[in-house]
Design a protein. Structure first.
Length: 126
């Protein structure tokens, strides 16, 4: 199962990172000068999407699971309050991202591991 989750995480991250580069308007605004977040936007969206796909309703339980099983993929994982704060600020953008990634027109023609691994309810919702 670890290999499947690793593959899912890698596919989600690559797709999200590419999409954020193609559509910089989906990324949250940041001042040109300041502290760069230790968890990238693509990593945040990947973690949030995996949390939903894997059925974790508790952020605390999800972060404990991620620390135990996904540390090799995410070198920095915030504490639950920081994760929650970032998610709340990015909720609309995350929903757009998930919608774009799970759009039927994209999954119907794509042969990416992301589309192959999405449950039907995610792949066919509009």
């Amino acid at each position: 199962m670890t290999n499947d989750v690793d593959t899912l995480a890698t596919a989600l991250y690559a797709t999200t990172d590419d999409m954020l580069k193609e559509h910089p308007d989906l990324a949250p605004w940041r001042p040109p000068v300041g502290i760069t977040p230790r968890l990238s936007d693509a990593e945040l969206v990947t973690l949030a999407t995996m949390q939903a796909i894997l059925g974790y309703t508790s952020e605390a339980k999800w972060l404990r699971h991620a620390r135990a099983h996904l540390r090799h993929l995410f070198p920095y994982l915030p504490q639950q309050p920081g994760y929650n704060k970032r998610l709340r600020k990015a909720a609309t953008r995350i929903a757009l991202d998930i919608g774009i990634q799970a759009a039927p027109r994209r999954c119907a023609t794509a042969s990416t591991p992301l589309c192959q691994s999405l449950p039907l309810r995610f792949a066919h919702d509009s």
